[in-house]
Design a protein around this ligand. Structure first.
Ligand SMILES: C[S@@+](CC[C@H](N)C(=O)[O-])C[C@H]1O[C@@H](n2cnc3c(N)ncnc32)[C@H](O)[C@@H]1O
Length: 246
């Protein structure tokens, strides 16, 4: 099953690649403002936490995968890294390129780079849109130099008493906010909650950490932020060690 006509809400059984292609094309104008609203103003904190964890040095060469309009790219540039912003959607990349990033239209599953050329690879909100999470992690790791770092930001699902409130927010508030946000956003508002929950159920942080290790990463660490609504994960390319939680 897939969706082609605009206005159709993707389901968790749709192909992740097709979802990404259809969902993001109309979103670039206003994406950053609405992404903030849809994450209850929390997404900036999550990105900043990832960047702090990666300890970027001036002049390092970074690849921001699924860069979108460049929210993570900008934080890397603020640390004076040379950044390549990669996304499957050229529409999403336009604002990032406009602010000085080198833009590459490609997919995370087939990166057009030789092995080990980047000091740092980042990705925000990517893995829910790939068919083969382990394969994508192997490909992302391939282009990192030995000793280089990888950082991820993703939505999470809160647990305990917060879960019913989060469900209310994602099933009622998000779809309603999506209705007023403009073209493409009603679909995002209805899609996001079930998609985050489905992905989090299949890939809890501990399982993701093991997939990262199998891909050749070590010192995998993660933290849940905003009552579990955000997940930040980081690692280094090199010899395997056990996951650490902070
Ligand atoms: C929610 S946006 C996130 C943008 C940015 N990372 C941020 O933190 O705001 C997700 C982006 O992932 C891109 N994307 C989804 N699947 C992809 C894939 N397989 N390869 C490359 N980009 C992908 C989409 O086009 C979209 O721009």
């Amino acid at each position: 099953m897939h969706h082609e006509a605009s206005g159709t809400v993707p389901s968790v059984t749709d192909s992740p690649t097709r979802i990404a292609r259809d969902l993001f094309a109309p979103l670039a104008p206003g994406y950053e403002r609405w992404a903030g609203i849809l994450s209850m103003g929390q997404d900036g904190r999550w990105r900043s936490r990832m960047i702090a964890q990666l300890a970027i040095e001036p002049g390092e060469v970074a690849l921001d995968v699924a860069a979108g309009t460049g929210s993570i790219t900008r934080l890397l540039q603020d640390r004076r890294a040379d950044v390549v912003s990669l996304d499957q959607s050229h529409q999403m990349l336009i604002p990032a390129v406009g602010r000085g990033a080198t833009g590459v239209v490609a997919t995370a599953e087939r990166l057009p780079f030789v092995d080990g050329v980047f000091d740092v690879v980042t990705f925000g909100y990517l893995l829910r849109y790939v068919e083969d999470v382990a394969g994508a992690m192997a490909e992302l790791t391939r282009v990192v130099r030995p000793g280089g770092r990888v950082g991820m930001v993703e939505f999470g699902r809160p647990s305990g008493v917060w879960l019913p409130l989060w469900r209310l927010y994602t099933r009622l508030v998000l779809p309603t906010a999506g209705l007023v946000a403009g073209e493409g956003w009603p679909e995002v508002g209805r899609f996001l909650g079930p998609n985050i929950e489905d992905f989090g159920g299949r890939f809890p942080p501990g399982r993701l950490a093991r997939i990262w290790e199998d891909a050749g990463l070590s010192r995998v660490g993660f933290t849940r932020l905003s009552l579990g609504g955000g997940l930040v994960m980081w690692a280094q390319k090199g010899a395997v060690s056990s996951p650490e939680t902070r």
